[in-house]
Design a protein around this ligand. Sequence first.
Ligand code: FES
Length: 152
Amino acid sequence: MDAPLTVSQVAERSGFAPSALRYYEAQDLLEAERTDGGQRRYRRDVLRRLAFIAAAKHVGLTLDEIRAALDLLPDGRTPTKRDWQRISRSWRDRLDAEIAALEDLRDGLDGCIGCGCLSLSSCAISNPDDQSARRGPGAVFLPAPLHPDPAA
Ligand code: FES
């Protein structure tokens, strides 16, 4: 069995600051054992968890969504490929929506996005007098994941 990793070893390998490791532990996103002296020690699979957290945050998932996904993993043992497959299945729709939104963003930025700037000639047609403001804040012509949800 691999020797448990120290905070600095995990921080160096994962790219997360030690303060972030403590924060994620406080958020129940990862676990650490304690030595007799009270120092944190991590199982090596914590690195995959952290990589997962980094990727999930990058695509805009909230800590609550990340925690809900990580809660699908078994406590106390290294997750298997099948465990991770269960998570990716639970996220497929969410990630597909993010991918579609990003594609729309890539393909839609040359036209009016309904942000209120009225700076493009197409704004006069698509968003006369900034009528889109009635639909809420942000670039409301962009897919929902890309503009603030006033209800959030
Ligand atoms: S691009 Fe901003 S309102 Fe049209």
